[in-house]
Design a binder for this molecule. Structure first.
Ligand SMILES: [Zn+2]
Length: 475
């Protein structure tokens, strides 16, 4: 049984998708106005672990991560200040589109560096303005939003559940303040917590036509519109950094549910923040660390990935170079062990599979799965893996033993993604065997087709003949 901590209930809940084996997952992605630092990448490594683990457990995940390239204002709580993109573009003397393209590419390079599996869609906000306008117009028509001077705001008093995710229910800055103070802070809003769906600003460089005049979308509406377009009204999982809980995710829920009348998200998962050598990372302090800076210092990408993975996603992480060295030696131990297995699988004694080798492998698979089933307890999963290494190291492994151990370790690495990558992945191997079996069946060589099916079954892979062709799942 898989359990995740759901921010909505603040409890561990059994995870079951709405329509298994499909899992619809949306991750809040980068605002592409600057380089993504290791704190941001911690969050992307977490979503990658989640995605890989759900794949490993046989789910059919559709993963969407947005690229915010307009509308993210500096003051997120009050919808005020400059658009982060436009301010950065001015600083770098680029136009905002060039700036977004530059940092989007850098973001993808970072994903590749850290062996993060690509999502199925990376929608850009600037390419989905029509979908946002559709939702905003619907919210206005239903009385959930109002128009003032070419801008549109969501009326939080029209949505009872506002505050349910973050616990920010009442008693905000403006509640109970005098009307005069209220007017100064509110500007065009009716209530302090109302938030912008559509903004107008003649100086803004990125502008679109809308029923309310030229302008640009607010940040929150982007995620509601893009998640709906690619995944539908109700998502199984939505993730983000814990700093997104309020106001961003609270606002997403209000807009989406007020528009569709359906529950928006079943499981909210949030990653905790990361400090660097005991300090908060901040551009203004000049202590921003990028993955590529660490590589330039001589650290290996696999070690960075392992380190970011190894601290549970809900624990705040203090990133230190000392601990990164520890991660590097752990990765090296695993890689060396796997290399020695490869050697033995080719040149070891040709003895049959021994029960002494099978027992720790079976325990490792079970232990690894039950650790990760428990809200992705990866440190326990890693402990299981090291324990299996110790036990196997004490044995004289033959070829069959080594081959079985290799398969087990490569399977677990489908989740961890830390072993050298030039190897064929398990998925590619399975797909190739399925194609081979199809070819055998086409030639009416049913004995060969059955052999392939049985050998996959022995590895825990079940083939299913469906109208869409052959699909596979884990036993
Ligand atoms: Zn978002």
């Amino acid at each position: 049984m898989i359990r995740f901590h759901n921010t909505l209930s603040r409890a561990l809940e059994e995870f079951r998708p709405l329509r298994p084996p499909a899992v619809l997952m949306y991750n809040c992605g980068p605002t592409v106005y600057s380089s993504q630092h290791i704190g941001n990448f911690r969050s992307y490594v977490f979503t990658d672990l989640l995605r890989r683990y759900l794949d490993f457990r046989g789910f059919d995940v559709t993963q969407v991560m947005n690229i915010t390239d307009v509308g993210h204002l500096r003051d997120e709580v009050h919808d005020a200040g400059e658009d982060k993109l436009e301010a950065a573009a001015r600083r770098e003397k680029l136009d905002p589109w060039e700036l977004a393209a530059k940092y989007t590419q850098e973001f993808f390079d970072g994903l590749d560096l850290l062996n993060i599996r690509r999502a199925h869609h990376y929608p850009k906000a600037t390419e989905h303005v029509a979908e946002m306008i559709e939702i905003i117009a619907g919210l206005v028509a239903r009385g959930h939003a109002y128009v003032v001077d070419g801008e549109v705001y969501f009326d939080v008093t029209s949505f009872d559940r506002y505050g349910a995710l973050s616990g920010n229910v009442a008693g905000g800055l403006m509640d109970g303040a005098s009307e005069r103070v209220a007017h100064e802070v509110l500007g065009r809003k009716r209530h302090a917590r109302d938030f912008a769906l559509w903004k107008s600003d003649p100086l803004h460089l990125m502008q679109w036509d809308s029923p309310w005049g030229r302008g640009f979308p607010g940040w929150h509406i982007e995620c509601s519109a893009m998640s709906r377009k690619y995944l539908g009204d109700t998502l199984d999982i939505h993730t983000g950094g814990e700093n997104n809980i309020f106001p961003h995710h609270e606002c997403e829920i209000a807009q989406s549910e007020a528009f569709t009348g359906q529950p928006f998200v079943r499981f909210w998962l949030h990653a905790a923040h990361l400090n660097l050598e005991g300090e908060k990372m901040a551009k203004s302090e000049g202590n921003i660390l990028l993955p590529r800076d660490l590589v330039a210092e001589g650290h290996k990408p696999a070690a960075i990935r392992y380190y970011l993975l190894s601290v549970h996603y809900r624990q705040p992480m203090n990133f230190t170079r000392e601990a990164l060295k520890g991660a590097a030696s752990a990765v090296e131990r695993i890689a060396n062990f796997v290399e020695s297995l490869e050697h033995r699988a080719e040149r070891g004694p040709d003895t049959p599979l021994s029960p002494a080798a099978v027992a720790p492998l079976e325990q490792a698979r079970r232990g690894f799965t039950s650790a990760l089933d428990n809200d992705l307890n990866v440190s326990e999963g890693l402990a299981v893996l090291f324990d299996a290494m110790r036990r196997l190291n004490a044995l004289e492994l033959g070829r069959a033993d080594a081959q079985a151990a290799l398969e087990a370790f490569r399977d677990m690495d489908e989740v961890l993604g830390i072993l050298p990558r030039e190897r064929v992945t398990l998925e590619q191997e399975i797909e190739a065997l399925i194609a081979e079996r199809e070819a055998a069946r086409g030639n009416k060589d049913f004995a060969a087709a059955d052999r392939i099916r049985d050998s996959l079954l022995a590895r825990g892979i079940v083939l299913m003949d469906t109208p869409e062709g052959v699909r596979w799942r884990r036993k």
